[in-house]
Design a protein around this ligand. Structure first.
Ligand code: ADP
Length: 929
């Protein structure tokens, strides 16, 4: 530890005690360079939290005393390897920390800080509450992060005492980086869920944690945040926004390079640059295909044969002529099953958009007759050296409708696609209601699947080895470009980490196939089981990655070092002259003596060991004892970089600029010592055992289903009368109010349709979406309402999915209209919010109807002076009159009617119907594919 850091730490007053910080700090004593925060799931339990905040005694520091916080880190430079193991997470340990509670209310402190904004915030908070769905299953949680749902009200201001804030400001200005958060967000379902989710209790608990004292902050950008935010809050991390400095940046989208370039050593971000090489379906396939050519098909036969259209149309036809379809067609950059459809022959695929066409795996592994696929979580903490962990628990998703490979059923997404976002709308979809029920309903855990398969005599050991192998090979195939980007843009070895969601399909011979790799896998939860797995995953991830437990004073020390370093070079450096870079091997065992390692190598090795000791439920799958034997051939012999491009004149790009071989160095030091020296127990057998074990949590992790908003019917009627009167007297809704009302109205319709499907209402919704779905971004379109002729639960699910997708996009577009000022002739926002709080479907319908009739405009659908605004149609009176008029309110002219790439599944249904009829007159055998 550098002496100056010790000085920063020890010069401080030492009168304040930091109670039991050891429980929440690991890998070194507080104040040491390696010390990082510990995250645990048991404090998500309100009982544990209550005990904890009652038992801790900890004064809240007034702002003026903030620099005294460093007193808590009063031990000089200790790198105490004995403290590597995590303290027990049990409640008893936490309960044992009884001390007097003397702190000032955090709530009060925050209140003082926030009063300036409180008026706006209160209004906005109310709007958000009103504007929310009461049905958790209809919220956007689930498969994919909703865009940019930041909770304005929970974030704290930038700390004026933060020495780095100026630096951060400069950095962000320079980079041109803007938070994507709009000033006032109304993508409200999740926002209001956050409000429900984060309680006073969280805050009280948070302020006794070391992270709070150390002013550790996080920032969200375009991400699904509910569970993450809860975990951060209870651990005492504080949210910052805008240009504020952060310790952890969690984004749902790719990192901007300028943000990366300017990271300080203590900052962490949840993505590597150019991760899209792995997470874009087309890039992933191309990278793996290159490895198939370079290293041999037998080594990289891990993805279904695929083609990128229209470029490779000819190759697809040739392949189809060799081995007939079916083929599954996916938009190149889409998710949640959007735009996917299955065809029997390439001529059914439109040529006008870029899609990935893959061989459809017709013989999937089925559980009780239902097709399933896996979501496993893969953590990469470094690409050079490559360090990959696989989380021991994953999620198995089952299709709702029993699998039948007959071509008649190709149209049915609830049979062929396992996405939660599609299947959740099927009325037969079952959610397990108990976290212990791991093999109930349509979502299982990976460990439950393995136990189930083992009981049936399957070789689950080999299955998991094959899955590990598939993950490593996919990453090796994409690593080269990511490593180059890291060298160019990431200033410090520990800045980036990434959690990938690998979607894997297992066929009935137990061969795993990689379908795709998700950037920012969803942290949304829809059941107690989901909550358990994802909460443990996040807590283990944060502990394993390691958020440095530095106070701002300590950070500033690193910053000054960092600036000196940054001015000379952007690349990682070692503190040894290049001539001394050679790794000196111990002749006997091939091991490396650590004193002969460069400073950078020692840091890498120490980090790898510390990280491994904090791994929680993660299993390190690379490096392992046999990884060099298995994968050494795919690495460059000089620099250890995975090579996916052919050598140019015998030399690769990396060889020219790199003098080290970190993969070799790390492996040698972790695995080539005397057996007695090896502290690493990362053996195949113990890893596989872990995968079969159910996750254990110290205490129950509550799954809080968002409570239904209590609406008073009587108050609703009263408010509705008031509003009708105002509109009758000539007041108008602002565009924002009209769109709010329309979203809430469609939400009610969607809720009704999923609970009690009605054929004629489904048809109306389809007709409306058919005409208007193209007006949101991204568009929700399908070709023809005629395509959904067959009344079935699957059709109901498809309609609900379309409406759900439309609503999500519509609400996002509505953010652009947020307007909390009152305007002459318009309904005041506070009065209107009162109405929205209690409005039910019929109230919303009444307002929309009257407003349309009186004003002759439809601001919920069109801008007032749009060119292609159709005249308002007559709206039938009575219940659902507005719904019946809805399709005639929109004209299809002016909306791009090209066939959508977002709901292509529906596009081919017509063709499939034709095929079905055609096929049905053929002999039975030819119907099989
Ligand atoms: P998305 O990112 O839109 O979810 P995926 O590639 O994960 O797209 O595929 C969605 C679903 O389609 C998966 O859950 C899987 O069940 C099914 N699927 C995808 N590719 C194939 C394939 N080649 N063979 C069989 N089923 C597939």
């Amino acid at each position: 530890m550098p002496s100056s850091l010790c000085e920063t730490v020890t010069n401080s007053v030492d009168s304040l005690e930091f109670p039991k910080h050891d429980d929440w700090i690991t890998s070194g004593k507080m104040g040491s360079r390696d010390a990082v925060l510990v995250f645990r799931t048991n404090i998500l339990n309100p009982k544990t939290r209550k005990n904890l905040s009652e038992s801790y005694s900890s004064p809240v520091l007034p702002e003026s005393c903030s620099n005294m916080e460093s007193t808590i880190v009063s031990r000089k430079g200790e790198h105490d390897m004995s403290s590597l193991s995590l303290p027990s997470c049990s409640n008893e340990a936490l309960n044992g920390l009884k001390q007097r509670k003397i702190y000032v209310s955090f709530r009060n402190a925050v209140h003082i800080k926030q009063t300036e904004n409180s008026d706006f915030q209160n209004t906005a908070k109310k709007i958000n509450k009103q504007y929310s769905s009461s049905d958790a299953s209809m919220s956007s949680e689930g498969e994919e992060p909703t865009r940019n749902i930041q909770n304005k009200f929970r974030s704290l201001k930038n700390n004026p005492n933060d020495i780095n804030s100026n630096l951060a400001e400069d950095v962000t200005k320079e980079s041109g980086y803007d938070s994507a958060t709009p000033a006032k967000s109304i993508t409200n379902i999740s926002a209001s869920e956050e409000d429900e989710c984060a309680t006073e209790d969280d805050e009280e608990c948070g302020i006794v944690m070391p992270a709070y004292k150390l002013k550790i902050t996080y920032k969200f950008i375009q991400t699904e945040t509910k569970l993450l935010r809860k975990i951060f809050d209870v651990h005492g991390l504080r949210e910052v926004e805008g240009d504020s400095n952060f310790n952890l940046l969690w984004t749902g989208v790719h990192m901007k390079l300028d943000v990366l370039r300017n990271l300080a050593p203590y900052q962490r971000v949840n993505h590597f640059p150019r991760s899209y090489e792995l997470t874009r379906k087309d890039r992933l396939y191309k990278n793996i295909e290159r490895m198939q050519h370079l290293r041999g098909m037998k080594h990289f036969d891990i993805v279904p044969q695929s083609f990128i259209l229209p470029l490779e149309s000819r190759d697809l036809i040739i392949a189809h002529n060799k081995h007939r379809g079916p083929w599954i067609v996916k938009p190149a950059a889409s998710s949640r099953g959007r735009g996917i459809f299955i065809v029997n022959s390439p001529d059914q695929i439109p040529q006008d958009e870029q899609v990935l066409v893959s061989k459809y795996i017709v013989d999937p592994l089925c559980i009780d007759g239902h097709k399933c696929d896996l979501r496993v979580y893969v953590l990469v903490t470094s690409f050079d050296p490559l360090i990959i962990y696989l989380y021991k628990e994953g999620i198995v998703r089952l299709a709702t409708v029993r699998y039948d490979r007959h071509a008649d059923h190709l149209w049915n997404p609830c049979m062929h696609l396992c996405n939660y976002s599609i299947n959740k709308y099927h009325s037969d979809y079952i959610r397990s209601s108990d976290a212990q029920d791991e093999d109930v309903g349509h979502k299982w855990t990976l460990s439950a699947l393995l136990r189930h398969l083992k009981m049936q005599g399957c070789d689950t050991h080999q299955l998991m080895l094959n899955i590990e192998d598939l993950i490593i090979k996919a990453i090796l195939a994409c690593a080269q470009t990511i490593i180059s980007a890291c060298r160019m843009f990431v200033p410090n070895g520990n800045n980036c980490f990434e959690l990938y969601g690998f979607d894997i399909l297992i066929d009935n011979s137990l061969k795993p196939w990689l379908l795709e790799v998700n950037l920012s896998p969803s942290m949304g939860v829809d059941s107690p089981l989901d909550t358990k797995v994802k909460a443990c995953l996040i807590a283990d991830l944060l502990t394993c990655v390691g958020i440095p437990a530095y106070s701002p004073e300590m950070r500033s020390h690193y910053d000054s070092k960092w600036s000196r370093f940054r001015s000379s070079s952007c690349q990682r450096s070692t503190n040894v002259p290049s001539g001394q870079h050679k790794i000196k091997k111990n002749k006997k065992k091939g091991s490396v003596s650590t004193d002969q390692l460069t400073g950078e190598e020692q840091r890498i090795l120490r980090n790898a060991r510390l990280q491994y000791s904090r791994r929680g439920g993660f299993e390190r799958i690379f490096p392992t004892d046999d990884s060099m034997q298995r994968y050494g051939n795919f690495l460059d012999s000089t620099n250890g970089i995975p090579i996916s491009t052919p050598n140019v004149q015998g030399q690769t790009f990396q060889t020219l600029i790199m003098q080290h071989n970190y993969n070799q160095m790390l492996h040698s030091n972790l695995y080539c010592h005397d057996k007695s020296d090896i502290i690493d127990d990362n053996l195949e057998k113990s890893r596989i055992k872990q995968y079969e074990r159910a996750l254990e949590t110290g205490s129950e992790i509550p799954f809080v289903k968002k409570p239904a908003v209590e609406k008073s019917e009587e108050e609703g009627r009263r408010q509705r009368k008031l509003m009708l009167k105002k509109i009758g007297n000539g007041s108008e809704l602002t565009q924002f109010q009209a769109r709010q009302t329309f979203s809430l109205y469609l939400e009610s319709v969607l809720r009704r349709l999923t609970q009690d499907p009605k054929d004629n209402h489904e048809k109306i919704v389809l007709k409306f979406l058919n005409k208007f779905g193209g007006s949101v971004k991204p568009p929700v379109l399908f070709r023809n309402t005629q395509s959904m002729k067959v009344i079935s639960k699957a059709r109901s699910a498809m309609v609900a999915k379309l409406l759900g997708d439309f609503l999500e996009n519509y609400k996002r577009d509505t953010e652009a209209y947020v307007d909390s000022f009152d305007h002459f002739g318009m309904i005041p926002s506070s009065a209107y919010n009162q109405f929205l709080t209690h409005a039910q479907e019929s109230d919303l319908e009444a307002i929309l109807t009257l407003h349309t009739n009186v004003t002759g405009i439809m601001p919920f659908l069109y801008n007032r002076c749009g060119l292609s605004v159709p005249p308002t149609p007559p709206i039938p009176s009575g219940l659902h009159g507005f719904l019946r008029a809805l399709p005639s309110m929109v004209s299809s002219s002016g909306i791009a009617r090209e066939v959508s790439k977002y709901d292509g599944y529906f596009r081919n249904i017509d063709k499939d119907y034709e095929n079905v009829q055609e096929i049905s007159i053929r002999p039975k055998s030819s119907r099989r594919f």
